[in-house]
Design a binder for this molecule. Structure first.
Ligand code: CTP
Ligand code: MG
Length: 227
């Protein structure tokens, strides 16, 4: 079976503080965006890539696609002010699809095994998201005072990819748009429809490159993978 993937890449990377979209920063001489695109370009199960971009970065991204031989991008809609709107811009480009994955362009270390587990789960159950178990002791805090300790067994740190039956994702996005609801991930939009979302255990290397330290971590991962 095959899937289509939506990659939101229209952020500005404020927390990275690089003065430009962090996705153009390089890890071992290759832009973060190119690393992520290559994962899906090389995956036989990936049929098409929908990439949300900033209009001012269109030329730079077209050059990057040519340079790294990325041929699966079928649409590059202009993203919105929020990540959810950027994803929605891509959803609106898709006429028909079976399973669609949404994956942050800022997570270049995603493993094919996780992608395929998510695709299978979404095909049979409608929705499945990647994440890892919380490692630290978790407490609820109010005004600087501990209110209580939360049972860590039930807590997961959520990542992308998040995989969906396409009609379910479209319905969830349409409803959120209608209600003016802004979520922090696509799963939230599906959860509020009362639909089931499955948890798929991913790995701790699937980090989102967000701050400067993540660049060091990222290069260490790539160096080890290159062995
Ligand atoms: N993104 C997007 N459109 C937005 C905001 C974010 O397409 N309006 C994308 C980013 O490019 C990134 C992914 O969503 O690939 C995850 O967002 P995040 O890590 O928060 O990236 P930025 O928003 O760029 O960073 P920051 O929040 O630090 O400004
Ligand atoms: Mg952001």
């Amino acid at each position: 079976m095959q899937y289509d993937v939506i990659l939101p890449a229209a952020g500005s990377g404020k927390r990275m503080g690089a003065g430009k979209n962090k996705l153009f920063l390089e890890l071992l001489n290759k832009p973060i965006l190119a690393h992520t695109l290559t994962v899906f370009q090389d995956d036989q199960a990936c049929r098409a890539i929908y990439l949300a971009i900033k209009s001012s970065e269109k030329t730079e991204i077209e050059e990057l696609l040519a340079r790294y031989s990325i041929s699966k991008v079928v649409a590059m809609p202009v993203g919105g002010d929020e990540r959810q709107y950027s994803v929605n811009a891509c959803v609106k480009q898709i006429r028909a699809a079976d399973v669609v994955l949404v994956h942050d362009a800022a997570r270049p270390f995603i493993q094919q095994e996780t992608i395929h587990k998510l695709m299978q789960k979404a095909a049979t159950h409608g929705a499945a998201i990647a994440g890892v178990r919380a490692k630290d002791t978790m407490k609820r805090v109010s005004n600087g005072i501990i209110e209580g300790t939360v049972n860590r067994e039930d807590l997961w740190m959520i990542q992308t990819p998040q995989a969906f039956n396409f009609e379910l994702l479209r319905r969830a996005q349409q409803q959120a748009e209608k209600d003016g609801f802004l979520g922090t991930d696509e799963s939230m939009l599906v959860e509020r429809l009362g639909e089931v979302v499955c948890m798929v255990e991913s790995d701790y290397e699937n980090v989102k490159i967000t701050t400067k330290e993540d660049l060091l971590f990222g290069e260490a991962i790539l160096n080890r993978r290159r062995g």
